[in-house]
Design a protein around this ligand. Structure first.
Ligand code: UFG
Length: 320
């Protein structure tokens, strides 16, 4: 049985990844400091170590006998990363360095890393392929770039092989509702809509309706978290089959506008939502969309969820 250490495996994406690995009969240990992750997200089959990526000794102990690491333990709030880069430097950069160094010491040779479309910054062309220049426009994106670069060096110098998976907009929940914990204080569109729909907040705003897009609102590439999870399992599998290290976009290749998300959410929820139009949010590109053909080809992966209503339904199911 392949032994995988899922670091950050109690978080939103990590818990879906852990589920997928358990479904595919991997031996899964989750390592998480529970700062934002929740024990409620873990299924019985996963072993659990409460630990921090800044605790090098604890990380090293957790890596004994492990065949591969999946690293999803990053902080991810773009705005916060600009206000408090120190926090992101320590958690995302020092933490990632610790993971790589612990892998060297414990002779673990494979890593799948949770990267982001944020590495690209403002798109120079669309759809964005993996050759697009990396030019992050926030510190969060920079921390992801740094780890990608480090992994390339550790491969050359220490033989550690990697897959960096650059997520576009992660949304949705496990359709079987096995992930129980909702994210606290959500920063992203769909969870904010859910908060408004359930009166946890008093409505929401659409940031900008004067973009040069199909309906004036921003367009994004929404990828279901269970599809992301499947890609991680396939990435591990490919690393073990000798596939070369790669950076891969994970998206659907299709865009959905903010207005379309809101309209679809109203249909799923079955009632009108309270919202207004507000000025553009600083730093938002009009359109972000992946060219994800490389992931399709290399991993033999295609997203199962392509209908935004179906995706929203899996999120709404968490509320009902
Ligand atoms: N939006 C609103 N109102 C809100 C929240 C968001 O209109 O209350 C809009 C945004 O302006 C944007 C779209 O909804 O046009 C999506 O916004 P999110 O905040 O959900 O996501 P982003 O596209 O800004 O960011 C996401 C991830 C980042 C990642 C980035 C690039 O959250 O981690 O995609 O892939 F860096």
């Amino acid at each position: 049985m392949v032994k995988v250490l899922v670091i950050g495996g109690a978080g939103y994406i990590g818990s879906h990844v852990a589920l997928e690995l358990i479904d595919k009969s991997y031996d899964v240990t989750v390592y998480d400091n529970l700062s934002t992750g929740q024990k409620a997200n873990l299924t019985q089959e996963a072993k659990f170590i409460q630990g921090d990526i800044l605790d090098f000794q604890s990380l090293k102990n957790a890596m004994k006998g492990v065949d591969a690491v999946i690293h999803l333990a990053g902080k991810k709030a773009v705005g916060e990363s600009m206000q408090n880069p120190q926090l992101y430097a320590v958690n995302n950069m020092q933490g990632s360095i610790n993971i790589l160094n612990a892998m060297v010491e414990e002779n673990v040779k494979n890593i799948v890393f949770s990267s982001s479309a944020a590495v690209y910054g403002i798109p120079q062309y669309l759809p964005i392929d993996e050759q697009h220049p990396k030019n992050p426009m926030n510190f969060y994106g920079y921390t992801k770039c740094m780890m990608e670069d480090l992994m390339a060096w550790y491969e050359k110098l220490k033989g550690i092989r990697y897959m960096a998976l650059r997520y576009f907009n992660a949304v949705g929940y496990d359709a079987l509702k096995r992930v129980k914990g909702k994210e606290a204080n959500p920063q992203n569109l769909l969870p904010i809509i859910m908060d408004a729909a359930t009166s946890r907040r008093d409505g929401f705003q659409i940031f900008g309706n004067d973009y040069d897009t199909k309906d004036g609102t921003c367009e994004r590439d929404y990828i279901h978290v269970s599809d992301l999870a499947t890609a991680h399992e396939k990435a591990i599998h490919k690393l073990f089959s000798g596939e070369q290290s790669r950076c891969l976009n994970l998206g659907t290749g299709k865009t959905v506008s903010v207005q379309q998300v809101v309209d679809a959410a109203e249909q799923v929820i079955g009632k009108p939502l309270k919202y207004s139009y507000a000025p553009r949010r600083a730093g938002d590109p009009a359109v972000l969309v992946a060219k994800a053909d490389l992931a399709f080809k290399v991993l033999g992966w295609t997203p199962r969820y392509t209908d935004i209503k179906e995706i929203i339904q899996t999120t709404w199911n968490m509320e009902i």
